[in-house]
Design a protein around this ligand. Structure first.
Ligand code: NI
Length: 182
């Protein structure tokens, strides 16, 4: 089932999410709905707050970008209760976008490498190290769980230039071809 994606300005996107347990109702269904919703919107990541749930869960699948970036070939994951335990001082800048902030793309500087511990879709504990594009996708989605959006991380000048576009998104004045909720 395709779920509406909550847009910039919705207070759910600014709330702190909470950990879940195995008995969270219909978790498998929720995860499969999130994948369906993300694919429909051509995203590479989707965090639970973006579909209106303040729980510590995000998904990624960047495998469709593997022609340009071979390291993304198997980069499909479910992250439950993730904790980033290490970030490098070295940073990289990649142009980011967000399904909750349609038609805006900005370069964001973030740590180049990280360690993350989380539960996978079977609730098995996993610890992994990621760098470059994959580390950026993970940090972007992880931020959603803490109520942080990529536009919070750009310069005050760039942000001021975007303000009217952001205001329009808040009012639902936005051109998208997927289901949204203001
Ligand atoms: Ni996002």
């Amino acid at each position: 089932m395709i779920l509406p994606i909550y847009l910039y300005g919705n207070p759910i996107l600014r709330k702190q999410s909470v950990d879940i347990t195995k008995d969270y109702p219909d978790i498998e269904k929720l995860i499969s709905n999130m994948f369906e919703t993300m694919y429909r919107a051509d995203g590479v990541g989707l965090a639970a707050p973006q579909i209106g749930k303040n729980i510590n869960l995000f998904i990624v699948d960047a495998s469709r970008l593997a022609d340009d970036r071979p390291e993304l070939k198997d980069f499909k994951r479910v992250f439950i209760n993730p904790k980033i335990t290490f970030l490098t001082d070295e940073t990289i800048g990649i142009e980011e976008g967000c399904l909750s902030i349609p038609n805006i793309h900005e370069f964001v500087q973030r740590p180049k490498e990280l360690s993350i511990s989380y539960l996978n879709e079977k609730f098995e504990p996993v610890t992994e190290v990621y760098s470059d594009y994959r580390a950026i996708v993970i940090q972007h989605e992880y931020d959603h769980l803490n109520g942080i959006l990529f536009v919070d991380k750009i310069s005050p000048l760039r942000r001021r230039l975007l303000q009217s576009k952001l205001n329009n998104i808040t009012r639902g004045k936005v051109d998208v071809d997927y289901k949204v909720k203001i």
